[in-house]
Design a protein around this ligand. Structure first.
Ligand code: PMP
Length: 424
């Protein structure tokens, strides 16, 4: 077999490169849940572009809308000019997503990344309230720009900032102190309501309902409700960062829907563009819309091809609840398979919601070995969590049952290869 030529990557590309180290091959084409490298080897994708490919690679429905748009010389780059593609996206977002859920949100197009949406959300919250402090949670991940890093937990990522990260205070996420059912708001309520606690009154709280990068930590529905109530009672804005868990990853379109809460501000990116094209949105209650024109801007806010595929995705997958129901069924399939895996080995637990699952290894080093072994078997999975101790499963939502079963088998074989000696 010819080996892929990796020379230029090692010679020229910065040391900052990451995923290519876990998956040492040269990918060439992809469709659905599969990628192919240049030697023709196929890999089943349980990573889905870190959540940017919920509808799979080169999804044919979305691809056709994109091809038609390009063939018709549709606007590609549009700053924040009004375009037909943008109008159709906004109308579809309103009619398919916001109105059916009773959500009265204004829509901001920030620069096309999750971090940019988070920056805009933090700026807006500070501008609206006139306060500077933000509360975030342990193990949070919100992006790599300075504002987003300031509300991110991971020490190594924070260290990359090179300047002090300020005006954010970390609070215990659900289960952080003593596992499920702990009352982790005891501390937060206490310091918020005590004028001598040393905590300045915050502008906002930013939270992920499931912490994807932080190790697939799941906020319980009651915990989220309590958080929303606690914020509302103190006029603290609630920002839900749905960059990774939105667009159906946990089942419903928005991950907070199952808690029945309405955040003040929501960030979306990754799969909102549908096709893996860069795009982000910030949604917020109309009374928060205190922006002056151009106060937050960016050259690539108008990635119109992404608007076209975003609209096609909303139109095709969110006209009814079929995708949500299918996601729930697939989630149960994964739950069953992982329960079997956990039962067979010591030192492994699992957790998940919808189509995001974590396989947690007591011996953190095993997780990376499992991912390496999975790669050898043709399965792409990555680690997450503070010690990289969690193998994170993030397949496309459109994956078939048989593909899902195949991937889970490859994962079980990989776990067996790494942890076989520790079997029960
Ligand atoms: N917020 C969350 C919850 C994320 O998972 C990520 C990306 N992993 C980001 C923000 C940052 O998005 P981006 O990498 O597009 O800047």
């Amino acid at each position: 077999m010819t080996l892929p030529d990796m020379t230029v990557f090692a010679d020229l590309e910065s040391n900052v490169r990451g995923y290519c180290r876990s998956w040492p091959t040269v990918f060439d084409t992809a469709s659905g849940a599969w990628l192919r490298d240049e030697t023709g080897r196929e890999y089943l994708d349980f990573f889905a572009g870190a959540g940017a490919l919920n509808y799979g690679h080169n999804n044919p429905v979305l691809k056709q809308s994109l091809l038609d748009y390009i063939a018709g010389d549709g606007i590609t780059h549009g700053l924040d000019m009004s375009t037909v593609a943008k109008r159709e996206l906004l109308e579809t977002l309103r009619d398919r997503i916001l109105r059916p859920r009773g959500l009265d949100y204004k829509v901001q197009f920030p620069g096309p990344t999750g971090a940019n949406a988070v920056e805009a959300a933090l700026k807006l919250a500070r501008k609206v309230t006139g306060r500077t402090e933000i509360l975030n949670f342990t193990n949070a991940f919100h992006g790599m720009t300075l504002g987003a890093l300031s509300v991110t937990g991971n020490a190594a990522k924070r260290a990359g900032a090179g300047v002090p990260l300020q005006h954010a205070t970390s609070m215990p996420f659900d289960g952080y102190l003593s596992g499920p059912d702990d009352d982790s708001f005891e501390w937060m309520e206490r310091v918020l309501d005590d004028a001598s606690s040393g905590l300045d009154s915050p502008a906002a709280v930013i939270v992920e309902t499931v912490q994807g990068e932080g190790g697939v930590n799941i906020a319980g529905v009651q915990w989220l409700r309590k958080l929303a109530g606690l914020c509302a009672a103190r006029e603290i804005l609630l920002i839900v960062d749905d960059v990774q868990m939105g667009c159906g990853r946990t089942g419903p379109f928005f991950s907070f829907e199952m808690a029945g809460i309405t955040p003040d501000i929501v960030t979306l990116s990754k799969s909102i563009g549908g096709y893996g094209l860069p795009m982000a949105l910030v949604l917020f209650k109309p009374e928060l819309d205190v922006w002056k024109p151009g106060e937050h801007n960016g050259t690539f806010r108008g990635n119109n091809p992404a608007f076209v595929t975003a609209r096609a995705a909303l139109e095709h997958y969110w006209a009814d609840d079929a995708l949500e129901i299918a996601t729930r069924a697939k989630a149960e399939r994964i739950d069953r398979a992982l329960a079997g895996m956990v039962a067979a080995f010591d030192g492994i637990t699992t957790r998940g919601r919808g189509l995001v699952h974590g396989v947690v290894f007591d011996d953190a080093s095993a997780a990376e070995k499992v991912c390496a072994s999975a790669f050898q078997r043709g399965l792409l999975v990555e680690t997450s969590g503070p010690e990289d101790e969690v193998v994170k499963l993030l397949p496309p939502l459109t994956i078939s049952d048989s593909e899902l079963d195949h991937g889970l088998e490859l994962l079980a074989e990989s776990v067996d290869a790494v942890c076989g000696g520790r079997g029960r």
